[in-house]
Design a protein around this ligand. Structure first.
Ligand SMILES: O=P(O)(O)OC[C@H]1O[C@](O)(CO)[C@@H](O)[C@@H]1O
Length: 484
């Protein structure tokens, strides 16, 4: 150590720490120190282990590099040993795992970031302006995937996920995450698994609104945290089944009309109150459903008129579902008003054909009750709109189209079981999260593209987009920190 620190490093000579770096922010935090791209270093391991290189870093516990593969050129190779027993400013340096560097070769290269890890959070400090990042993965050296056929085959065998009952295969072998990255992510996944367990046990997951999040109880009511919720779910499901069966069998009829039974469903709702039912109709409805479904999911007057015009005389045998969790969404209300107007113009009584799916006592619920609509079904406050597909929101339209909702719920429950397994390799959701995190550097640096090659899954991408967008597109994290 002493010998090395005595040698002036190229890094020290070309980089002067800005005043803003001294001292580091007073928090348990790793730091990224961005070096100018022109900073040339001979040996990153050598240099980082030299306290004289980093006089501005007062106390370092772990230290690791983050550099892009394009910055690495081949030449020397560095082993774990030559690095792990170093210390900086008297503190051990251990943030770089052996495989990150032992298999890589470094020679002359340009390194633009040095990550100094002191805890989960990462502070990026540049010589220009200090920035802060959360969840940036440390010591992630992105190198090209080894394309040797045998290595690829072994990686495929090693990582292939299959669930025969669900007919699900997940092949992540072409995503280039490294073993170090997986190891690094493991504690985070364990934390996430635990958080999910708490969530499913009824923890308040939405501190802003003091709400539980329990859409998985819809397909496994026995898991709901109390008997009251369990009964709510079972009763609602029962009512959906009976109502749909009565409509399909003609026991519940439209007001006198030529068809003598309901032939069409018109669903009015947007976002989470539309995309699930639309996706499921496209993916699972039989070729000739007992009732055909169409959607008004936008406030575009031309689109609304088109749906009404296409119904033509069948408006008299159309069951209108108005779906809105809040019961006050303007787009949905606009659609409703237009449809009610069309009913009036044809001398039809909307109330006899209208069904509301909404939270109890919402504006929509009260309107439907006061006007005596045909039926009302509940939306629970602990089910988010975007995940409401297995509530009356999705089940009612599905059942009206002749989709077997019992099997539908069973399939979802089975998938829930698979995604509860607290082992990354055995959990398809965790595997996909791992890949996504790796590919987008943990900060969404890339866009996700979903290519459904099956026609019936066309709307999967839209559904998923809303799910991701409304789940992750938050301004603050759960600790109230601004999310960048
Ligand atoms: O079901 P509601 O309350 O009418 O809201 C419709 C949709 O609007 C949003 O609030 C925003 O798009 C979604 O979250 C929700 O699913």
């Amino acid at each position: 150590m002493a010998g090395r620190s005595a040698t002036p490093s190229p890094l020290t000579s070309s980089f002067t720490a800005p005043a803003s770096l001294s001292p580091l922010p007073p928090m348990e935090a790793p730091a990224f120190v961005k070096f100018p791209l022109t900073t040339r270093i001979r040996s990153p391991l050598h240099d980082c282990a030299s306290p004289s290189s980093y006089p501005f870093l007062p106390s370092i516990r772990n230290l690791s590099f983050s550099c892009t593969s394009s910055l690495i050129s081949s030449g020397h190779s560095f082993s774990h040993d030559s690095f792990s027993d170093r210390s900086v400013n008297g503190l051990p340096v251990s943030g770089c795992s052996s495989r990150s560097f032992s298999s890589d070769t470094f020679s002359y290269g340009f390194i633009n970031r040095l990550a100094v890890s002191r805890s989960r959070r990462v502070y990026a400090v540049s010589d220009k302006s200090p920035e802060t990042f959360d969840n940036v993965v440390l010591s992630k050296v992105k190198r090209p995937l080894d394309m040797d056929p045998l290595s690829l085959w072994n990686r495929y065998l090693d990582w292939l996920y299959q669930h025969k009952d669900l007919g699900l295969y997940v092949d992540v072998s072409r995503i280039g995450f490294t073993d170090e990255f997986v190891a690094q992510m493991e504690p985070r996944f364990q934390k996430a698994f635990k958080a999910m367990e708490d969530l499913e046990a009824g923890a308040i997951a939405n501190p802003d609104e003091g709400r539980m999040v329990g859409h998985y109880w819809l397909r496994a009511p026995h898991l709901s945290p109390n008997q009251y919720l369990q009964k709510q779910i079972v009763d609602s499901l029962d009512r959906v089944r009976r109502f749909a069966a009565d409509v399909v069998n003609g026991k519940i009829k439209p007001p006198p009309c030529p068809a003598e039974r309901f032939t069409q469903v018109l669903s009015i709702g947007i976002g989470g109150s539309a995309l699930g039912p639309e996706f499921v109709a496209e993916a699972l409805a039989p070729d000739n459903p007992p009732l055909k479904i169409r959607f008004i999911d936008n406030t575009d007057p031309a689109g609304i008129d088109r749906q009404i015009a296409q119904l033509g005389p069948e408006l008299s045998s159309t069951l209108v579902l108005v779906i809105s969790k809040s019961g006050g969404t303007p787009e949905t209300r606009n659609g409703l008003l237009e449809v009610q107007k069309a009913f009036r113009e044809k001398g039809l009584d909307f109330a006899k054909q209208g069904v509301a799916v909404t939270q109890e006592n919402s504006l929509l619920d009260n309107t439907a009750r006061m006007e005596g609509w045909l039926a009302r079904f509940p939306m629970f406050d602990w089910v988010g709109g975007r995940t409401s597909e297995m509530s009356a929101v999705g089940l009612l339209p599905a059942a009206l189209q002749g989709i077997n909702i019992r099997e539908f719920l069973q399939g979802a429950a089975e998938m829930d079981k698979a995604t509860r397994i607290p082992v990354m390799k055995e959990n398809p959701a965790a595997l996909l999260a791992l890949c996504w995190y790796w590919a987008s550097d943990g900060v969404g640096s890339k866009d996700m593209v979903v290519l459904p090659y099956k026609d019936s899954l066309l709307l999967f991408s839209r559904y998923l987009q809303q799910l991701v967008m409304e789940s992750l597109g938050k301004e603050y994290d759960l600790d109230g920190n601004l999310v960048r």
